[in-house]
Design a protein around this ligand. Sequence first.
Ligand code: AMP
Length: 275
Amino acid sequence: MKVISSLDDAKSFINDHKSDETISLIPTMGNIHSGHLKLINSASSSSLKIVSIYVNELQFDDRNDYISYPRTLADDLSICEDNNVDLVFAPDNSVICKQLDSDKNDLPKFTSYMCGANRPGHFSGVFRIVKFLFKIIEPNYAYFGKKDFQQLLLVKYIASTYFPKLKIIDVDTVRDSNNIALSSRLSKVSRESLHQVKLIFQTLMIMKKKLLSGLEYNDVKESSLLDLEDNNISVEYLDLRSLETLKEQVNINHPCGIFIACYIDNIRLIDNIEI
Ligand code: AMP
């Protein structure tokens, strides 16, 4: 496995391989866990597997969150090595910053909802890093998780607008035995609070069941919000939204999902369930 941090080395590696190999890209911010591994292992073993590891400052609206984001490069590299990754591209901040500054972006409407409404600049940061990675790595396939569903839609928009030959593959959310969606931020939640984290997906499942049984959306939402708040979970949003446009829905007549962002121990966690 090769590890590259310089842009020129990454470009020449890609040039040496792109004509006769299919390239699969798995972008991450590191602190590799089983969720990331599912993306890595979803990529065809006959393709050239490239994992990028970069904690993108531009997509953090909270400086403390950026500073305290778990960084575990040595462990990440050995996990990648054990999982047949061919290249880890782990650029440092100075390499990326120079490249991203001049890049303008046109964000689609749906990025103004949910995480976009609550994290100023977040999707602009995602847009810039994803477009940069697609331009440098020129992948044929790129793998993204449905846990970050709004991000996944943005990535699909970037691909269809600027990289029409690139295929985005979405990967189902990996959960632990308590149905908690794996996330790098989970390592910052105290053991005592894990019972609260379990309630996130439990709530989504209960809401889905109630909606499928015909209960009114507003009643379902209201009682779930009360339950979560009773358990000291501070909810940023809990919405029923279209899977295509992310517009808010009041019934389940169209393909939709329930999306949540909340804080436990001051750590922001997100999850979703499709209906
Ligand atoms: P991150 O390192 O958090 O930026 O995530 C990198 C990629 O892994 C993104 O496409 C995420 O959606 C995906 N991912 C993160 N957690 C999970 C999970 N629990 N299951 C599936 N994919 C995930």
